[in-house]
Design a protein around this ligand. Structure first.
Ligand SMILES: *[C@@H]1O[C@H](CO)[C@@H](O)[C@H](O)[C@H]1NC(C)=O
Ligand SMILES: *[C@@H]1O[C@H](CO)[C@@H](O)[C@H](O)[C@H]1NC(C)=O
Ligand SMILES: *[C@@H]1O[C@H](CO)[C@@H](O)[C@H](O)[C@H]1NC(C)=O
Length: 405
């Protein structure tokens, strides 16, 4: 009797177990993903760094025993407006006592000696706008600690950079704010005098800017960015961007965001075609701005003495709240789409930087009239400061890529 019962029930049990296992294994990954992070960042990490964790998700912890920054106001690579120690910005000690702590893993502080050792005979390039320059200055000042003979370097279209002779390493920045080629075309006098158009900026979506068109073989690591110039404050309707392809205006004309998307697609295609496979490629997402109470030219301010709380971030940055700082996430969405499926790794420094309303140069710009002329700087970052953490993250990713690759 029992055996008979078994023989009729056993197949059902096995079948049900298999069904359960199948359901479990199918849906478990979804649940753990949702549970571990509200940000869809993990799936954008390349498979080669699956052994590393998500450095972009975490929180800032005030740590008064955190090691002091590697450099001070005497670093020769500083740019005046970001040299917050020299400009006597309030709170610099506290700004540099906050430590980024990823949720599920360790963020190591860069060891400039061992990093330059790893990079011996190799070069690192940044291509993009002034936020890439901000990143570069931090990097140069940190690396200089391991090679006091570091020399300014400016070649091959580089805007600024440094050569580290002890290790034969060059780290440089190529200024190309739209990445694509663009040039000013004043209004032809014969053309309609009907409106306030002064001329246009012609953007060739299929031609990369001269400043980085011939660097493909030189760098072993490249970090791209663009975004901060894609706004109507840089290109208002009297001097708009007009997009060209194959040497002819694109018709119907593209708006700013559509133009951004088309340029991204073309630049990504160019990188995939022209930059060698074994060059490590990153695309840095937007650095968020923190203008409070108005735009940069409307007395927008960032006089904060501590980072934002996690539950304030959406208020500041979610596009649906239509605040003055909303554009970073909108652009990020298009960037992620453009690089998906390529070997370009996303360097998602946006979220961690969103917290740091307290760490911009603000009114401490080193020039008397700068604030009345330009407004506060709630866009770039004080150095030393938040970009030092960007360096730690980039370096950890480079370490793990060169180890596994
Ligand atoms: C603060 O930093 C020190 C030095 O890196 C470290 O040993 C300590 O664990 C940190 N403390 C906290 C609370 O994270
Ligand atoms: C320095 O590095 C470059 C590659 O960036 C290499 O071509 C050159 O041979 C190196 N020079 C020395 C002296 O090792
Ligand atoms: C900015 O502040 C100045 C001085 O307080 C004031 O005169 C000006 O009207 C303000 N501008 C805007 C756009 O709010």
């Amino acid at each position: 009797m029992p055996t008979k019962l078994y023989s009729s029930i056993l197949p059902s049990i096995i079948f049900l177990s298999l069904v359960f296992l199948f359901i479990y294994s199918t849906f478990l990954p979804l649940y753990t993903n949702n549970g571990s992070s509200s940000l869809p960042t993990e799936k954008f990490l390349p498979s080669s760094s699956s052994s590393t964790c998500n450095l972009f998700d975490g929180h800032w912890v005030l740590n008064s025993t955190k090691p002091k920054p590697f450099y001070d106001e005497t670093c020769p690579f500083h740019r005046n407006a970001w040299n917050c120690l020299k400009n006597k910005r309030d709170n610099m000690g506290i700004i540099n006592s906050w430590e980024w702590v990823p949720k599920d893993c360790n963020l190591e502080r860069i060891d400039p000696w061992s990093f330059l050792g790893l990079m011996r005979n190799r070069n690192i390039g940044f291509v993009g706008d002034s936020l890439s320059e901000n990143f570069l200055v931090s990097f140069l000042c940190i690396l200089r600690v391991a090679d006091g003979g570091a020399k300014k370097w400016k070649r091959k279209g580089a805007w600024r950079g440094a050569y580290f002779p002890k290790y034969n390493v060059t780290v440089a920045y190529h200024r190309a704010v739209l990445l694509a080629n663009y040039k000013w075309k004043p209004k032809h006098s014969a053309v309609s005098a009907q409106d306030e158009l002064k001329g246009v900026y012609r953007v060739d979506v299929d031609i990369v800017a001269d400043e980085w068109s011939s660097i493909a073989g030189f760098y072993d690591v490249l970090v791209f960015n663009t975004g901060h110039w894609w706004g109507y404050d840089k290109f208002p309707k009297e001097t708009p961007l007009v997009f060209y392809r194959h040497g002819r205006p694109i018709n119907p004309p593209l708006g700013l965001l559509d133009g951004f998307q088309v340029v991204l697609e073309n630049i990504v295609r160019h990188i995939q075609k022209e930059v060698p496979k074994n060059t490590l490629k990153f695309w840095r997402l937007q650095s968020p701005r923190h203008f409070y109470g108005g735009e940069w030219n409307q007395n927008g301010s960032c006089l904060f003495d501590r980072p934002l709380e996690e539950d304030q971030l959406d208020l500041w940055f979610d596009p649906s709240n239509n605040g003055v700082n909303k554009e970073a996430r909108t652009l990020n969405h298009l960037i992620r789409k453009a690089v998906q499926g390529t070997d370009i790794q996303v360097l998602d420094l946006t979220h961690l930087s969103e917290f740091r309303a307290d760490a911009h140069p603000a009114i401490w710009l080193g020039q008397k009239d700068a604030v009345s002329i330009w407004g506060q700087d709630c866009m770039h970052w004080c150095l030393p400061g938040v970009p030092d953490t960007w360096v730690d993250i980039l370096v950890q990713l480079i370490h793990s890529s060169f180890k596994t690759g």
